[in-house]
Write a protein that binds this ligand. Structure first.
Ligand SMILES: C[S@@+](CC[C@H](N)C(=O)[O-])C[C@H]1O[C@@H](n2cnc3c(N)ncnc32)[C@H](O)[C@@H]1O
Length: 433
């Protein structure tokens, strides 16, 4: 396997590297996420200013060419700068009193030729007074500058909203303790991380060097080292399911973030690279916005977990003969995309699991409680969870009332503060356990 670190090379005076399909998908996600991030936070029209920090920890040279060299594409630093500027213009359309996005950008790049290219490019695009004011460049490894960047974010008046774009080539430059530091120290942090599962898989075997490397990433204890070979022998489907189950859990648990999305990115085209795009945050809403993007970009994402509610906690042991493990293997032999078929499976699975869960709880609880309880353990968006409850609400098995006591007749109109209660009648659409 070619090392991914050989992939992109920037050098001042030469054409930028041709862009790969996987980078285009990733760029679309970053751009659309930033658009929605601003849109959601500024949906309160009384809010006059949004203070935001964008940290691009693996910035690259800043632009790419097409294969035939006739077109240019923005890299992540330019995408961030452009998207925020555009969103500021959009939110001020028709307003006399202007609203502002007070954004600060931190661009970090370790390799000198790449850094030089980025510096040239940004100097040509931005006025000189922005450097050191709202745009900061670091020729260094992200790990070496993260403390300074965090201190700067914390010193800013207006909050600690920060998006960290951590687009590492492989899987070892952003160890789990570094994620934990970000979430411990920056209150409003979100991370969009790439994690090259394929390169980890090709390297992973029960050897000293493999164990040492995984120790450094903070993920070693989530690997079933003894059963590793047996797992590999079962073929790529089971292997991918197992690795997603164990490592995803490891990354999430050790990052300290409350919410996540973690999916394989499977770019169209001939590129063999399969990796995870991971979003970590402490906000359910942020997670939901990212989840909506995955469904919108159905062709590019897949996962090997349950189609409705994941049971990551069960872990995966290749040698274990328990019923639970066999059940997982059965469920996970399949890849799920974000298409129509998956959407139907997700919705019907949730209907079958959630309505009985609410019924069996015997308690009245807000819809928001159920959203938080399911949290990130599902590929469903909040909208899909509403739809999954619809049959129960229409049939009267679940009674939904607004804060003021008004009866809701459809799942689609549920608000997080609405109270869901099991009906006192015998249910129609499911058999109680
Ligand atoms: C995948 S490329 C970045 C692409 C860029 N994010 C984009 O989307 O346009 C990864 C970049 O990270 C740089 N890099 C590798 N290790 C690094 C580290 N520890 N800290 C900062 N930069 C690093 C590489 O030199 C390379 O330019």
């Amino acid at each position: 396997m070619t090392k991914r670190s050989d992939k992109y090379l920037w050098c001042v005076g030469s054409k930028p590297p041709p862009i790969d399909p996987h980078s285009q998908v990733k760029h679309q996600i970053v751009q659309r996420y930033l658009e929605r991030y601003v849109h959601v936070l500024m949906s309160n029209f009384l809010m006059e200013k949004l203070t935001l920090s964008i940290v691009d920890g693996f910035a690259g040279g800043g632009e790419y060419s097409s294969d035939d060299g006739t077109e240019y594409y923005d890299g992540s630093p330019l995408i961030a700068l452009r998207t925020i500027r555009e969103q500021e213009a959009i939110m001020n359309v028709g307003r006399t009193k202007q609203r502002r996005i007070d954004a600060r950008y931190y661009f970090v790049e370790k390799l000198k030729p790449h850094f030089d290219y980025l510096e040239h490019l940004l100097s040509a695009r931005l006025p000189a007074e922005r450097f050191g004011n709202d745009v900061f460049l670091f020729e260094n490894a992200f790990q070496n500058v993260v403390d300074n960047v965090i201190q700067d974010i914390r010193r800013r008046a207006g909050g600690e909203r920060a998006i960290f774009l951590l687009d590492q080539y492989a899987y070892d430059q952003v160890p789990a303790p570094l994620l934990k530091k970000i979430f411990n120290e920056v209150k409003g942090a979100e991370v969009i991380l790439t994690f090259n599962v394929d390169s980890l898989i090709s390297f992973l075997s029960d050897t000293k060097i493999s164990r040492k490397k995984l120790d450094e990433t903070g993920l070693s204890r989530y690997i079933d080292w003894d059963g590793l070979q047996a797992l590999k022998d079962q073929g790529p489907m089971v292997w991918r399911a197992a690795i997603q189950r164990n490592l995803a859990r490891g990354l999430i648990e050790s990052s300290g973030a409350l919410h996540y999305t973690i999916f394989y990115i499977t770019p169209m085209g001939s590129t063999p690279w399969t990796y995870w795009l991971i979003h970590l945050s402490n906000s359910y809403k942020a997670r939901d916005v990212m989840m909506e993007l995955h469904w919108e970009m159905a062709n590019h994402f897949s996962h090997y977990l349950e189609p409705d509610i994941y049971s990551l906690n069960l872990g995966y042991q290749a040698k274990s003969d328990s019923n639970a493990t066999r059940q997982i293997e059965f469920d996970l032999g399949e890849a799920h995309y974000f298409d129509e078929v998956a959407s139907r499976k997700t919705s019907s699975g949730l209907t079958q699991k959630l309505i009985p869960a609410i019924y069996d709880s015997g308690e009245s609880r807000p819809f928001g409680h159920w959203l938080e309880t399911i949290g990130s353990s599902t590929p469903a968006t909040a909208g899909m969870i509403r739809q999954a409850l619809d049959p129960g609400i229409r049939s009267g098995d679940i009674i939904a009332r607004s804060k003021d006591g008004a009866l809701r007749k459809r799942g689609g109109s549920l608000k997080p503060t609405d109270i869901l209660s099991p009906s006192s009648q015998r249910p129609f659409i499911f058999v109680p356990r």
